[in-house]
Design a protein around this ligand. Structure first.
Ligand SMILES: *Cc1c(COP(=O)(O)O)cnc(C)c1O
Length: 404
């Protein structure tokens, strides 16, 4: 064998292998990554990068968090997989941990955000079926995943191109506009589904009364409120779940990305009365709720609580805010808006951010751009003040040199 999977190929060698054997559906940076520790990550050439976007939001408690590593190592030596025809302690414990930290719901486990949203849409339709309710209202600029129901729920034409027809029964309205939702609800509407902060859509934080007013509207019309917290959940915004800033509870909530410290996992939580609509045989996931993911999830919860990372998330957000304010003051023509909730961080530029990302990469800072002109950061809750300042200095330098 020329290359065992663990051998140390150069970035160039790995890139060549991808070009031949991997479906080209991703735009990738020309770097092969091999090792991570907290907010640092190393490439195949041994270069170290500061990571302001670890694991696309999945590594909320840093690369290779010790308790998660330890829990996974222990679990793979005991039992790797147990199907859902059996009981397993870790799944029950993780379901309880999530339920007690949110709204007392019941959990259906899967492996990704899109799958969690599929489950949410299914449970909403199953719950509404007796009353002929099947329609789902979602928000323009939202993002819910790539499988067909989740993709249909994603009200962004660019993601639907060449892939139609979408699923029937979905209506799209403007984000942060309660009247538009009210106008879209009819007696066939089963659910309203949205992100409490739009992530991929550009880190859009809605007005403070948006969720409370939507809750009221849903109660009045007998519509389920589904919150997609795939990106905002598990401590990302400084609370366990972003809806907890708004003093309401959803009927259904989905979470994935950071759910299990970087191990693939997703969950759909529903109020028990809603969850009861899914009868045995109506929905399933072979790998969902496997003991490795659940042990990793429990270790994630323990890490966040023992290290008091929720309040730290709010502090991190404020440190980025003051760094960004300084950038805006210095370069007012380049910054349109600063949008931050905990460690969900957006710097809306007046020009396309693509070059900013590659310039930061060449200075060994990993960031993301979304919606064209928004620099999006999803730093780890374990990042240090020094690392924040160091990365922000690089970003400021890059913005200073940028020629819009
Ligand atoms: C990433 C994301 C998804 C999709 O999650 P996958 O794990 O890629 O399927 C869904 N909703 C939101 C809000 C997301 O950020």
């Amino acid at each position: 064998m020329a290359h065992a999977p663990t051998s140390h190929a150069s970035s160039q060698e790995t890139i060549a292998e991808f070009e031949r054997y991997v479906v080209p559906n991703y735009r990738r940076y020309p770097v092969s990554l091999v090792r991570g520790e907290n907010s640092w990550i190393w490439d195949a050439e041994g270069r170290r990068y500061l990571d302001f976007f670890p694991g696309w939001g999945c590594n909320l408690i840093g690369h290779c968090p010790p308790r998660v590593v330890e829990a996974v190592r222990d679990q793979v030596g005991r039992l790797i997989h147990v199907p859902n025809t059996w009981y397993m302690e870790a799944q029950g414990d993780f379901a309880r941990a999530l339920s007690e930290r949110s709204f007392g719901g019941q959990c259906f486990f899967c492996n990704s955000g899109a799958e969690a949203n599929e489950a949410a849409i299914k449970v909403a339709r199953a719950h509404g079926a007796a009353k002929g309710k099947f329609k789902v209202v979602t928000m323009e600029g939202g993002f819910h995943g790539r499988t067909y129901a989740a993709l249909t729920a994603t009200a962004q034409p660019k993601y639907h191109e060449h892939l139609g027809p979408m699923l029937p029964g979905f209506t799209y309205v403007k984000y942060d506009d309660v009247d538009a939702v009210a106008a879209a609800i009819d007696d066939q509407t089963a659910a309203v589904m949205l992100e409490p902060v739009q992530g991929e859509g550009g880190v859009k934080v809605p007005s403070p009364d948006y969720l409370p007013r939507l809750r009221e509207l849903c109660d009045r019309t007998g519509t389920l409120l589904i919150l997609d917290e795939v990106q905002t959940g598990m401590g990302r915004t400084g609370r366990w779940f972003a809806y907890q800033h708004a003093n309401i509870t959803p009927d259904v909530l989905t979470c994935a990305k950071a759910l299990a410290g970087g191990i693939a996992a997703g969950v759909m939580m529903a109020r028990p009365e809603v969850a009861a609509a899914l009868k045995p045989g109506m929905h399933a996931s072979t790998f969902g709720g496997n003991p490795i993911a659940c042990r990793a999830g429990l270790a994630t919860v323990e890490t966040i609580e023992d290290q008091r990372l929720l309040p730290r998330g709010a502090e991190i957000g404020e440190r980025f805010r003051s760094q960004f304010e300084a950038i805006r003051e210095e370069m007012p023509a380049k910054v349109r808006e600063i949008r931050i909730l905990g460690t969900m961080i957006g710097l809306d530029l007046t020009f396309d951010a693509t070059d900013v990302v590659s310039q930061c990469l060449s200075r060994r800072l990993l960031i993301n751009a979304t919606h064209g002109h928004v620099v999006r950061l999803l730093p780890a809750l374990t990042i240090s003040d020094e690392q924040i300042d160091q990365g922000c200095a690089i970003l400021a330098d890059v913005l200073r040199e940028a020629q819009p």
